[in-house]
Design a protein around this ligand. Structure first.
Ligand SMILES: [Zn+2]
Length: 461
């Protein structure tokens, strides 16, 4: 493929040629070869492809299939029925409708008969907003084997027939709905349109079967991006293109922190299995414990801190020296501003979601959306990184090229930006406008083309 007349990130205006998934030439005046595809960039900004370094693909896909069915989105029985019918029209045949946030004020008490009248031909489950109750239609009851089941929590009518109402059976139900069949195509398509060429899935505790399934989805072309997937040390890497295993994710919880020696042993065991660690640190205590544990266990190449929501000033030098990178979410100070204003203690405010101070200290930094817990749109992350809200230390804002670079890292070395040069992988994001114009209008609609391993996976034209 020949990309003509692009403003190449960090290099100036030229043509770029890719062949067999690799960039082969960057120069002015390249001549199109017979049979070669050509894109006229017309001075648009050509970037190394954007890699989202922290996302949860299946959870994000699940939100695509979820329909809010309670206040504030839905208030009346006709609205309720209309939302369900709309979801029924949009989803592929056989897919479950998953309703959330239901309350009796909308359409009274729900059971299978009520739901069957609205959507009879596809399985429907509606969660009460308290989370303790699921309401199923008849097809859903049948698919999960409710009729023959006597689990406590299965409500029955006078004749003994299940009503479709399940109390506190969330995980029982989850086990019976194969979430691995979840529709990842839509997530991939939407991301391609936003210029995303790769994902790092940061979901903890995936089993071999989950990983194999995900790799198959990538191999089948249903996910067009590269996927780097965090995994426990015992999981082995499946064959397949564009799929690699990442570090082992470790979750920490302030109310249940592991004793230091146990934590150190765990880090050592993961390292001994040849894997790096990615430790979830959203509080000061989690960060300090992780630092202490890594100091004792020893740092391995690729070890990373996820989030780094609170990082004390005195630790910046340690992070730099140990080459532990931080994968952060710059958009959280925008999306969660209200919560932070109300809940974050005053002493933590100066250390909250650092960005520029990390980069200035020489710490490796990359960005991830953490979708669906944050917005999946990298452009909203970029806006927040460049235009940081003044109340959360505006001095932590960075320039647009720096912000973009947070998405340029290779999957296995997130804080080392890739460049556009011969020999580099041909993962590219082309904007329709120049760098100056982009700076004035940071939005996904600027994306003109997305290229993964030399293949055009999205074209805005
Ligand atoms: Zn996450």
């Amino acid at each position: 493929m020949l990309i003509r007349d692009a403003e190449v990130f960090g290099s100036g205006r030229m043509d770029v040629r890719t062949h067999r998934g690799v960039i082969t030439e960057c120069a002015t005046g390249l001549v199109r070869l017979p049979g070669e595809d050509e894109i006229n960039a017309a001075g648009g900004w050509l970037l190394p492809g954007l890699h989202d370094h922290h996302i949860h693909l299946r959870s994000l896909a699940a939100t695509y299939e979820s329909v809010p069915l309670g206040p504030p989105q839905v208030h009346t029985a006709p609205e309720f029925a209309a939302r369900l019918r709309e979801a029924d029209r949009k989803l592929r045949p056989g897919r479950w409708i998953r309703g959330t946030g239901y309350h009796e004020s909308v359409a009274g008490s729900l059971d299978r008969a009520v739901l069957d009248r609205i959507v009879p031909h596809r399985p429907v489950r509606v969660q009460h907003r308290t989370g303790v109750l699921w309401q199923l239609n008849s097809m859903a009851c049948e698919l999960v084997g409710l009729d023959g089941n006597d689990a406590p929590g299965v409500e029955r009518d006078e004749t003994g027939r299940p009503t479709g109402r399940l109390r506190r059976l969330d995980s029982w139900l989850g086990d019976r709905i194969d979430s691995r069949t979840i529709d990842l195509d839509a997530v991939s398509t939407a991301a391609a349109a936003m210029g995303i060429t790769g994902f790092t899935d940061a979901t903890p505790g995936l089993a071999q079967a989950d990983i194999d399934q995900l790799a198959d989805t990538v191999d089948a072309g249903r996910i067009v991006q590269r996927v780097h997937c965090m995994a426990p040390p015992e999981v082995s890497e499946p064959d397949g293109t564009r799929f690699t295993l990442g570090p082992t994710k470790i979750l920490l919880d302030d109310f249940d922190l592991p004793p230091l020696d146990e934590f150190v042993d765990r880090l050592r065991a993961i390292h001994a299995a040849g894997r790096a660690v990615a430790v979830h640190c959203v509080t000061r205590v989690q960060f300090i414990l992780t630092m202490a544990a890594l100091e004792l266990a020893g740092v391995r190449v690729g070890d990373r801190i996820e989030h780094g929501a609170v990082i004390p000033d005195q630790s910046l030098d340690w992070l730099r020296r140990q080459r532990v990178s931080v994968v952060t979410q710059p958009h959280f100070v925008v999306e969660r501003a209200e919560q932070y204003r109300a809940e974050v203690p005053a002493e933590d405010q100066p250390d909250l979601w650092r960005l520029r101070s990390l980069l200035d200290a020489g710490v490796g930094v990359a960005a991830g959306s953490d979708a669906p817990f944050g917005a999946a749109d990298p452009w909203s992350v970029l806006r927040a990184a460049v235009h940081r809200p003044p109340e959360f230390r505006a001095a932590e804002a960075v320039s647009l090229p720096k912000a973009l670079s947070l998405f340029f890292g290779a999957p296995e070395s997130p804080a080392t930006p890739r460049g556009i040069a011969p020999g580099a992988v041909a993962d590219l994001t082309l904007l329709s406008v120049s760098p100056d114009q982009a700076a004035h209008h940071l939005d996904a609609e600027l994306v003109a083309a997305t290229i993964v391993a030399g293949d055009l996976v999205y074209s805005g034209q």
